[in-house]
Design a binder for this molecule. Structure first.
Ligand SMILES: Nc1ncnc2c1ncn2[C@@H]1O[C@H](COP(=O)(O)OP(=O)(O)O)[C@@H](O)[C@H]1O
Ligand code: SF4
Ligand SMILES: [Mg+2]
Length: 341
């Protein structure tokens, strides 16, 4: 059953030079208990998508189109946007989201350091988050924090430590404990392991995955590292320049990759089986989204590009049930009939 549904979401930032089309027509859905990996190079709109779902977008961002529904509640869309005059909207959204944000959707950020207040003890901060949302006594909240520490593999003896007394890995675990504090239905993890060393990354990822499975929580994991997704997700969405370019079950997308950008992205990471392939990197870099390329936004970097790609934006084509690719030549690539030109 669908828990989160995003339809044709558009989020633009206003800057001096004009509008940045950070998310431009993105659609996907996540079922209860399911994990979606959202992947793509830096600057392609992953974090903006996450902030739109939690409605934590900065002031210069606006949801200019589309709809987000979570567990039957419209979080963004014309119902919300048209319900009230502009000046009352922020307050309305804030009230609506206060409960949704912690009890239903919680977020693990890129930098765990910034998630905690440096002058308060870690255990107290998690207890406070619980007390803000649940009817509990302080003692009950403390007990729950102890349980959470055990759950995420943190030493309970460190419960009264300050954030700076924790190592990077411990802080990341504490952040996961914080995210689990109010029994959410859905967790968004934005580059949850990027700041950690490789060994710690693997451990924390395994921990997140096992907790997510055990507790039946749905998850969206955001990363620029496609090998992370292969380990933890059932579904994958690949984003480029504000758009979703390929989407489907992890096996389908990995084994029958049908989009040139995804092919490039996969070739640029070592394979999960540890096969030593030479690392490839996609030439150039993602475009400035205040002035994106015409037609297919990937065309200046695409080795399959033809004339049509400069003129016409590709639609999402279903190459097999549930597996979509936004490329004019998606069927040919799927069927192995397109060589690099
Ligand atoms: N506060 C902001 N103001 C203006 N542009 C922004 C802001 N935050 C992000 N952007 C732009 O939005 C685009 C998407 O950024 P982001 O969602 O952070 O990408 P990702 O998480 O995939 O790295 C980028 O072009 C980025 O420069
Ligand atoms: S539409 Fe054209 S430019 Fe875009 S990914 Fe496909 S082949 Fe490349
Ligand atoms: Mg980001």
């Amino acid at each position: 059953m669908t828990l989160l549904e995003i339809k044709d979401l558009k989020v633009y930032f206003t800057i001096m030079r004009g509008k940045v089309q950070a998310v431009d027509g993105v659609s996907f859905a996540i079922d209860r208990g399911e994990t979606l990996g959202l992947v793509g190079e830096s600057g392609c709109g992953k974090t903006t998508t996450a902030f739109a779902i939690t409605r934590l977008l900065p002031n210069n961002a606006e949801i200019v189109g589309g709809k987000i529904t979570f567990d039957g509640i419209e979080i963004a869309g014309s119902d919300v946007e048209n319900a009230l005059p502009n000046r009352k909207k922020p307050k309305y959204v804030e009230t609506m989201m206060r409960d949704v944000r912690w009890k239903q959707i919680s977020m693990i950020f890129q930098s765990a350091m910034n998630a905690f207040n440096p002058v308060h003890r870690v255990g107290d901060q998690i207890a406070e988050a619980i007390l803000a949302h649940e009817k509990m006594t302080k003692e009950q909240a403390r007990k729950k924090v102890i349980e959470l520490f055990k759950l995420v593999g943190l030493d309970v003896g460190r419960i009264d430590g300050f954030p700076h007394e924790y190592s990077g890995g411990m802080r990341q675990r504490a952040m996961i404990a914080m995210a689990l504090a109010c029994n959410p239905k859905f967790i968004i993890a934005d580059e949850p392991t990027t700041a950690l060393d490789v060994v710690m990354q693997d451990r924390v990822l395994a921990e997140i995955k096992s907790l997510q499975r055990r507790l039946g929580i749905a998850m969206m994991i955001i990363t620029h590292d496609i090998s992370v997704v292969a380990e933890v997700a059932e579904k994958i969405g690949i984003m480029y320049a504000g758009k979703l370019v390929e989407y489907g079950d992890i096996t389908a997308v990995f084994e029958r990759t049908s989009n040139p950008y995804s092919i490039g992205l996969m070739a640029s990471f070592p394979s999960i089986e540890g096969e030593k392939k030479p690392l490839y990197s996609i030439p150039g870099s993602p475009p400035d989204l205040s002035n994106p390329p015409s037609g297919c936004r990937f065309h200046p970097r695409c080795r399959f590009a033809k004339d049509v790609c400069k003129e016409k934006e590709p639609e999402m084509l279903e190459v097999e049930p549930g597996h979509l690719s936004a490329c004019h030549f998606a069927y040919e690539i799927f069927n192995g009939r397109l060589g690099a030109g």
